[in-house]
Write a protein that binds this ligand. Structure first.
Ligand SMILES: *[C@@H]1O[C@H](CO)[C@@H](O)[C@H](O)[C@H]1NC(C)=O
Ligand SMILES: *[C@@H]1O[C@H](CO)[C@@H](O)[C@H](O)[C@H]1NC(C)=O
Ligand SMILES: *[C@@H]1O[C@H](CO)[C@@H](O)[C@H](O)[C@H]1NC(C)=O
Ligand SMILES: *[C@@H]1O[C@H](CO)[C@@H](O)[C@H](O)[C@H]1NC(C)=O
Ligand SMILES: *[C@@H]1O[C@H](CO)[C@@H](O)[C@H](O)[C@H]1NC(C)=O
Ligand SMILES: CC(=O)N[C@H]1CO[C@H](CO)[C@@H](O)[C@@H]1O
Length: 885
């Protein structure tokens, strides 16, 4: 849903009002920190010391004490803690004791309470070890500095530049503001940014800032969401969730979601920095010759961060996931194709689209309803164009399909839901602690405060299976879309909530801001997981626009609203890659682009790229022309159908990748430097990716009139051309140029992989459940290969109780074997085994010969009579002959 419309809305209803987002210079806390640094570079004097006795915890894993901030006439004592956590993670926190009597909560907000488990396990000593080397952390007292060594080599310094800054509580009515010589007093107690002048700033200046230098690390990634490339450049990045309309390519402006997690990587060492703060945050990243320098600044909150170490980037993702949670394992249907537009007008329209997919033999799994399905934008109602939602859901269910409807956090003033929220104090409050009202889709609205436990209870009630909700939630094939949860307030500063609004616990919105989107979709997820407790519990599906660290546990995201333009198609890949690096891999961009009308070529290329998005949805603005796959006509429709079919044939591999991600935090679209850190070029490639650990490497075509693409390989393994899922050449080189036509999706399989496919067209993924598999074996340069296939019931939580199976395929010494682990009963047949680049004179299973063919140098075994849920081995006689290239 988008803001293009909002923009017009303003033109019409209010006045032509230009939205502007605060630059660092316009944002009080950021400018004060930058000024502080500039002055610091001159004076180079430290204002922070550890003077007092330090306590070492009984386990020797926690060092705590007071950090003294030296002011001109007094000192402020700030409690700190340095903890050595299991897995060699290091955590540091710095807080402030404020004895302030105000009618709001004056404590510094701890975002950690919402993203970390209650107890982080400690290591049993203060020394940490990363692989075999000797690692050491030095805490230097005098100027307060932390140095991190790995193998005797300095890898990271904290507060090297003395940018540490914690603006302690100050009372405006004190004459003496106790400023340090380096501090400026810009906008300490008021905000002169034009849309925020009414911000009362009741706690005055309270920002935090700190510098982290990564020695010899030249590759930094993460801190989404920004409409920029994969590898971070020298830039000031901002993390502040906003409904950004008309976002531009290559911009450092804030967007819908934020994850304050940075990854740096070089051969043999990767590190992660998680800055646990949900307030407005800027990161100044620079890349001098010595490595990557970062300066982090947040408007308020506790200073709190964790550092992770790993030999590879994937190891860092795993450690980050162990703390913030791993991505959700969705139902299989959520990995199929989603058809959306703003809006399908009525029940008839929707069901017609549903049957047109079948008419055109294009599989899809869910159809979506944007805001217009409601009665006057009142969520939890249907308008009269949808006279029988239950019947509609039943009809979709006949072909295993789902309906996904939108429910946003703004609630129309005067509606039943808003009255309840208002009466029970469950809303976002203004600075006077009365219900806050603002403008959004329904007009005058209030917002549910998702931090309030009472809101969760009421939300559960609204989503509950009950006679009253019958129309809404009596079908298991209805799921949810949470939009506008940054939150988007059309007439609010920076399109969001005034910062001095109050939320549960008496905290200002300012402190919780970046968590609001996540709390809202978490609340929805939680309600949906309860709704069917009495019957069959299905994994809920929730799509969110706004997100934060931890969102991966319950939602998918999409990149929001933009134009049907080639640049945006191209940008979608690095944006999604960066989200994966930051632990939120279940994402996608609107296929076709949101605003405008894509050319037929662009639409086609977008489908061919979109089939690789972990979340694959076509969507369009209300003013865009219809563009369902059959609309462009031939040859486009056939090419789009082939692309969507390719996605469906690879669903087993997509599901494998999601499973892997759900237990290890690995990205689903894996950047090349995850595959190998050896070649420095791998760190720069942002238009290619692997599908999980499948060995499938893709380079989608994202430029108009492309006749040829260059595929770069990340290592020296053999690669097999697999264009459109069909095998042709083999490559044993650093890169290769391949010609492409409009129907081509350039892709290769890495030697050493075994992939599982399902080749039959069905109307939806659910109808493919019992279909047989085809295995594609791609031998490595040493004639071996391996791959695994994860299978469960695709919809319930039973897998958490061990109800799943993993088929482990391996090719070695001329033998192809399957070893099954797990107990799930899935007697699925294997209908074909294709072994690339292999000759045989005989193929045997249990002493009996199997039928095979040699086609183009590949070995094809038809109907071997094997199943994925049984151990077996087949022997390929006459040694594998590997063609040298
Ligand atoms: C960002 O950091 C660089 C390098 O330290 C510095 O030159 C630049 O002035 C900083 N930018 C701001 C706005 O402080
Ligand atoms: C704000 O009002 C709610 C009830 O409406 C009350 O529970 C809460 O304590 C109030 N907060 C403050 C900071 O006064
Ligand atoms: C540290 O030393 C160990 C053992 O020699 C080695 O395996 C590891 O790669 C080294 N790490 C770095 C970052 O150099
Ligand atoms: C600020 O100082 C004034 C005057 O000393 C005092 O009345 C007021 O309570 C103080 N405010 C806070 C929040 O401490
Ligand atoms: C897992 O097993 C436990 C104990 O048998 C049972 O209570 C629980 O409901 C099961 N959970 C799922 C998701 O099946
Ligand atoms: C990436 C991209 O295409 N951004 C566009 C989003 O929409 C605005 C407004 O139309 C354009 O100016 C951007 O270029």
């Amino acid at each position: 849903m988008q803001i293009f419309a909002i923009f017009y809305w303003f033109c019409l209803v209010i006045s032509a009002k230009q939205y502007l987002f605060k630059s660092c210079e316009e944002n009080g806390f950021c400018k004060r920190n930058i000024d502080y640094c500039r002055n610091k570079l001159q004076t180079k004097i430290s204002n922070y010391f550890i003077e007092d006795a330090i306590e070492v915890g009984s386990e020797y894993a926690v060092i705590s004490g007071l950090l003294t901030k030296k002011l001109p006439n007094s000192d402020v004592k700030l409690p700190f803690q340095l903890s050595f956590l299991e897995n060699d993670n290091i955590r540091f926190t710095l807080d402030e004791n404020r004895n302030v009597d105000l009618n709001i909560n004056a404590n510094r907000f701890k975002a950690s309470e919402h993203v970390l488990p209650h107890e982080l396990r400690l290591k049993d000593s203060t020394s940490i070890t990363i692989h075999d080397g000797a690692e050491k952390i030095l805490l230097l007292y005098k100027d307060f500095k932390i140095e991190v060594f790995v193998n005797e080599t300095l890898q990271m310094t904290i507060n090297e530049d003395k940018f540490l800054n914690l603006e302690h509580f100050r009372n405006e009515s004190d004459n003496q503001q106790q400023l340090l010589p380096e501090e400026s007093d810009f906008n300490m107690f008021r905000d002169n940014f034009k849309d925020s002048t009414s911000d009362k700033l009741p706690l005055g200046p309270e920002s935090i800032g700190l510098d982290f230098n990564f020695v010899d690390f030249h590759n930094a990634y993460g801190i989404p969401e920004h409409s920029k490339g994969l590898k971070l450049e020298e830039e000031i990045y901002r993390l502040y969730n906003v409904d950004i309309f008309e976002y531009e390519v290559d911009s450092n402006l804030p967007m819908y979601g934020s994850i304050p997690f940075l990854l740096v990587s070089k051969p043999r060492l990767s590190m992660g920095l998680f800055w646990i703060n949900s307030a407005d945050t800027y990161i100044n990243l620079s890349k001098p010759k010595s490595g990557a320098k970062t300066h982090w600044m947040s408007e308020n909150g506790v200073l709190d961060f964790i550092i992770f170490f790993g030999e590879s980037p994937a190891e860092v993702n795993k450690k980050y996931g162990e703390i913030t949670g791993f991505p959700t394992l969705p139902q299989l249907f959520a990995l199929g194709y989603h058809q959306c537009r703003w809006n399908y007008n009525d029940q008839k329209d929707l069901l017609e689209i549903n049957s047109l997919f079948d008419e055109h033999q294009i599989p899809y799994d869910s159809i979506w309803l944007d805001i217009e399905y409601t009665d006057n934008k009142q969520y939890f109602t249907w308008n009269s164009n949808f006279p029988d939602p239950s019947g509609m859901l039943d009809e979709l269910d006949l072909t295993g399909r789902n309906l996904i409807i939108i429910i946003d956090p703004h609630i129309k003033k005067g509606s039943k839901v808003s009255n309840h929220l208002q009466k029970n104090g469950l809303t976002l409050m203004n600075s006077e602690n009365d219900t806050f009202y603002g403008h959004c889709w329904p007009g005058e609205s209030l917002w549910v405060d998702s931090f309030n436990p009472g809101s969760q209870e009421y939300w559960d009630e609204l989503h509950r299976l009950s006679p009253e909700n019958k129309v809404f939630f009596d079908n298991t094939n209805i799921h949810l879309w949470n939009d506008m949860n940054e939150i988007s307030v059309f007439d609010g500063p920076e399109t969001s909530s005034p910062r001095d609004n109050l939320q549960y616990g008496g905290y200002e919105e300012r402190s919780l801001h970046n968590l609001n989107g996540r709390k809202f979709h978490d609340m929805t997820y939680s309600s949906l997981s309860k709704r069917l407790e009495s019957t069959q519990r299905q994994r809920p599906f929730v799509l969110t626009r706004s997100f934060f660290a931890g969102s991966q546990k319950s939602a998918a995201m999409w990149t929001g609203d933009n134009m049907s333009k080639w640049e945006y198609l191209k940008l979608s890949i690095p944006m999604l890659l960066n989200n994966g690096v930051a632990g939120m891999p279940f994402g996608g961009a609107d296929v076709g682009g949101f605003f405008g009308n894509p050319s037929k070529d662009l639409l086609t290329r977008w489908y061919q790229t979109g089939i690789w998005y972990p979340f694959f949805r076509g969507h369009a603005h209300i003013d865009s022309r219809r563009r369902e796959p059959w609309v462009p006509g031939e040859p486009y429709t056939s090419i789009i159908r082939d692309a969507i079919n390719l996605r469906y044939t690879l669903l087993p591999e997509f599901y494998n990748a999601f499973r892997e991600s759900s237990i290890s935090g690995m990205p689903i679209l894996k950047p090349l430097f995850y595959e190998s850190q050896k070649f420095s070029k791998n760190y720069d490639i942002e238009d290619e990716f692997f599908l999980g650990n499948s060995g499938i490497l893709v380079k989608p075509v994202t430029e108009e009139t492309t006749k040829e693409v260059t595929i770069v390989f990340p290592d020296s393994e053999i690669y097999y051309d697999f264009t459109n899922g069909k095998i042709s050449s083999r490559y044993h080189t650093q890169s290769v140029k391949v010609p492409v036509t409009l129907s081509d999706i350039p892709m290769v399989i890495k030697g050493g992989s075994i992939i599982s496919r399902k080749m039959r067209y069905r109307r939806s993924s659910k109808l493919m459940n019992h279909d047989p598999y085809t295995l594609v074996v791609a031998p490595s340069s040493t004639n071996s290969a391996s791959g695994s296939l994860y299978v469960d019931d695709y919809e319930s939580f039973d897998y958490k109780n061990g109800s799943f199976l993993v088929a482990n395929f391996e090719l070695k010494n001329g033998k192809l074997t399957n070893k099954v682990t797990g107990t799930f009963n899935a007697p699925r047949r294997i209908e074909k085994i294709l072994i690339l680049n292999t000759h045989a004179t005989k193929v045997e299973h249990d002493g009996a010969s199997l039928r095979f063919k040699s086609i183009d140098g590949n070995l094809e075994i038809q109907n071997p009579g094997l199943h994925i849920n049984e151990d077996w081995n087949i022997v390929i006689k006459k040694d594998l002959v590997h063609d040298e290239l």
